[in-house]
Design a protein around this ligand. Structure first.
Ligand SMILES: Nc1ncnc2c1ncn2[C@@H]1O[C@H](COP(=O)(O)OP(=O)(O)OP(=O)(O)O)[C@@H](O)[C@H]1O
Ligand SMILES: [Mg+2]
Length: 256
């Protein structure tokens, strides 16, 4: 069952070792519907990762609350999977073993199902030939693709993705964008996706949240309507796509 996320005035102030207060994020009010694909765009340091980590239960919230489904977030939740900015694979396990690990712990699927899906996704991301290699034998971009496969194999109800494709070449990124859209449309997984790339956000999302720095805040929300649920390559050539990119860019510039 897809889950909703209710961010009710969640803010973050870091207190550093020298007792300085860093206001990373002003209170955010945002309701994300079950099955929604929401992207967050904004410049470096505007609090995107901070917000994602608070939703994931990996970072204390300074004020306000975040709810995932019926539960208030206080700790990591097994229904929620995270793809971090940098890949976090276990160095002593092969690529395929890394991808199967969450299912080994949570048993959400039969081992045969998980393995078949992992191999299909590794094929799709160009990694099948590397499934028995160790992470250190792969490039950074390849490791990141493996981390994405691992997150998808566990079939989470909520997927939080922090710039998952930023280390990839444009061609691979576009292919994975299309695949992610297809998976999201079919599984109705609720996804919060952080990116610097406005085109990628428009291509993938139902809504785009535009964030601004100093202080970090959510400044605008853009509805991305009029596209089919499963986005395909043709959208990137459509006037509606360019119009939404221009609208998002204008919202972004208005916040500077
Ligand atoms: N552990 C921490 N201690 C102190 N300040 C922090 C900490 N983590 C983040 N910050 C500060 O909080 C602000 C937001 O950081 P965050 O990592 O959320 O930004 P971001 O939008 O994800 O940036 P990027 O696009 O570069 O990944 C920044 O000013 C950062 O310096
Ligand atoms: Mg970040």
């Amino acid at each position: 069952m897809p889950l909703d996320i209710d961010i009710d005035g969640a803010s973050k102030t870091f207190i550093t070792a020298t007792d300085t207060h860093v206001h990373a994020l002003e209170p955010v009010h945002l309701k994300i519907a079950p099955g929604e694909f929401l992207s967050l765009v904004g410049p470096s340091g505007c609090g995107k990762t901070t917000l994602l980590r608070m939703i994931a239960g990996l970072l204390d919230i300074t004020s306000g609350t975040i709810r995932v489904g019926a539960q208030t977030v206080t700790q990591p939740d097994r229904r929620v999977s995270v793809v971090f900015q940098k890949p976090t694979l276990l160095p002593w396990r092969t690529i395929l073993e890394n991808c199967l690990l969450p299912n080994l712990i949570m048993h959400t699927r039969t081992p045969a199902d998980a393995r078949a899906d992992a191999e299909r996704l590794l094929g799709l991301t160009g990694l099948l030939a590397f499934r028995d290699r160790y992470p250190a034998e792969l490039s950074g971009g390849m490791q990141q693709r493996a981390a994405i496969v691992r997150a998808l194999v566990s079939q989470p109800e909520i997927l939080l993705m922090d710039e998952p494709f930023s280390a990839l070449d444009e061609f691979t990124r576009e292919n994975l964008n299309e695949e992610l859209s297809k998976i999201q449309a079919r599984t109705k997984t609720t996804i919060v996706f952080v990116t610097h790339n406005i085109g990628e956000a428009v291509f993938l999302s139902h809504r785009v949240g535009v964030m601004a720095p100093r202080p970090g805040r959510l400044g605008a929300l853009i509805d991305i309507t009029g596209f089919p649920a499963e986005r395909d390559a043709a959208i990137r050539k459509s006037p509606a796509y360019f119009a939404k990119i221009a609208e998002t860019r204008a919202a972004f510039e208005a916040l500077l």
